[in-house]
Write a protein that binds this ligand. Sequence first.
Ligand SMILES: Cc1ncc(COP(=O)(O)O)c(C=O)c1O
Length: 400
Amino acid sequence: MTSFPVSENVSKMKTSSTFKAMQAAANLREQGFDVIDLTVGEPDFPTPDFIKELAIEGLHKNITKYTPSAGMKPFTEAVGHFYAAQFGAEVAPSEVVAACGGKQALFNAACTLLNPGDECLIPKPYWVSFPEMVTFTGATPVFIETEETDFILSAEQVAAAITDRTKLIIINSPSNPSGCVIPAAEMRKIIEVCAARGVYVLTDECYLFFVYPPAEVFTAAVLPKELRDYVCIAGSFSKTYAMTGWRIGYTIARPEWSKEMTKLQSHSATHPTSFVQYACARAMERREESMNAVGAMLAEYRRRRDWLIPELNKIEGFKCAMPEGAFYAFLDVRGLLGDRFKVSADVAEYLLTEAQTVATDGAAFGAEGFLRLSYATSMENLHTAIARMKKLFNSQTAAV
Ligand SMILES: Cc1ncc(COP(=O)(O)O)c(C=O)c1O
């Protein structure tokens, strides 16, 4: 058979390495191994019951037909009401476009702005899909190193990276994979620097609700209009309400940008599922109930984080900062590199084969020397993983 003549735009994209790691875990499990999978990028909680019931209610109300491409009015209005009540932000329905998850929200934003020849800034470490989305548009990803500021992007770093060709920067705070949170004041400065130079900001706020105090939640929706004109927020229900499979998210951007994203979406996915929009709209209206559900998940992530990070730091060659948001530990394994392990992928491979513990190599996120461990898994799994890793790496096996 002749090879498939894949388009140039798609051939330049790489398969998601996080999915590859998940696949490696699934393969081992199929072979009968007792695998601890720390690659998971989704909550291990079920969707809250009241949201499931709202979706059923939507079905019974026959909300099963096409909606406007930007989303049904109750949805776009509910986003506005929610942001007003939760953050004191003014968001008009004309600024909201419902999308099939944060991923499509980001894709809509990147594809409606970037042209071949444009540069798009992406701070390292980055979520795997950012460079691929940019490459797809023909624009060039330009990476910003942030290690010297402990992976927290600064306005100074952004200012130094902007060129005449810079059109966009993609920021993700709280960050997947680092768990870092950019402080509100710095975020504002970054957006001011960008707006002053005519650079747009795509801010991925998919983990907005998973910030551990004293770190503070910050949404760019609260910024004044002159800054908001340059900003597109990508939001998602996937992590917030443990709804990854439902495929719903949204963008918040000025009406002109939203109109272009709606046009693009009208020729692709059309819109996210009608009764899912209904369920999310109603869930946002029941803000207290929704935020209680989110709070319970955050408390459990925190409990795991507070146990896991000190335990990781007890393992020889491991160094792990306390994540301030999301549900990932970003583990520095450079202390192990040398003759035995050349790169962090070798450490990941060793963990996989010797401890049946699967982690994602940091190189996938532009951070060679690191591993990403998700704690969106049970305490029991985390205990087992730590015990196995201690056994492998500590010269004197510590009791756990
Ligand atoms: C940083 C980040 N952005 C966006 C997404 C997309 O999520 P979804 O499309 O499920 O909303 C993810 C999912 O893992 C993510 O980690």
